[in-house]
Design a protein around this ligand. Sequence first.
Ligand code: KG4
Ligand code: ZN
Length: 361
Amino acid sequence: MIVLGIETSCDETAAAVVDSDRRIFANEILSQIEEHQPYGGIVPEIAARAHLEHIDTIVARAMAAAGKQFAELDAVAGTAGPGLIGGVLVGVMTAKAIAAVHGLPFIAVNHLEGHALSVRLSSDETGDSGGGEVVFPYLLLLVSGGHCQLLGVAGVGRYRRFGTTIDDALGEVFDKTAKMMGLGYPGGPAVERSAKDGDAARFNLPRPLLGRPGCDFSFSGLKTRVRQTIEELPPGPLDEQDKVDLCASFQAAAADVLSDRTANAIELFLAENPGGGPLVVAGGVAANRTLRERLRALAKDSSIGFAAPPLELCTDNAAMIAWTGVERLTLGLTDEMDFRPRPRWPLDPDAPPAAYAGIKA
Ligand code: KG4
Ligand code: ZN
């Protein structure tokens, strides 16, 4: 079973070809970083136009790299939400058009499900989950630029949300922290690089909700404290030592919070799943090695397995969308051509919308 996947929900125009034996024949990504860099963040209108300009080339490039013809495909999967609606429309229309012309099924993929299932396409970790395929159920920490959620994953399309951010997503706070320090965009990798040489104990930053019951997150207080800390330093550009120490202190606070909230979720997950299951971390922020190590250690302490996708499958990509297409096609879950893209699309429709969380819930 071979599926073409298309991803355009944020600032990457991406296409990939993946089969049911977990072979990634092509995984093309065109990042729009340069277009958005002058603004220090993503400008939705610029993103939508850039997707439109590049999508055909990227799809053609993926098909050529895979050495496949459209006639050899079994389905076309496209991210249909949640995300910036302009970009999502471009991807969905492209996926539907290819499917219609070649008489193939179209699969509307929830971007969050793409992240959630990415570890089943490829896992970097062996842990106690046995290496190879990560099987259901598992506890997922999905942590990206737009989301920070803890979910029980019982199967394809079967999610239970244990907690979510009530304000900012962690990736967003990494990006803002980097911007305030003049480290450039995207901020996550820049903060991680700087943090390596820093003293994590120098700045005493808050750990919002630490020690409280539940699995929700809050990061806006941490973000505000980073800004205040910068303002309290001598005026003018930050010196190198201040930057690396602040990055290290910020990352340590983020790691403490993730670990604390995830520990609570492990208890809930194990109560609902007495047979157990590994902790999985996915999404762009899961590419952070310090955070990964903390979560791996937490899983070990809790006597459960740990798994995470390889770094290149953590940040947005189309391979995870194609793979979700494979998983859904295997279950006969295809979509109609009139499927309407969904800018908001929670994985667990029964979970109450989180206060202030906007589309991040
Ligand atoms: O999953 P993703 O590519 O896009 C969304 O669906 O949001 O996540 C992007 C986010 C950005 O905020 C970026 O700064 C963050 O992931 N990120 C990182 C790292 N690499 C990417 N955050 C911390 N450490 C990293 N190494
Ligand atoms: Zn994403």
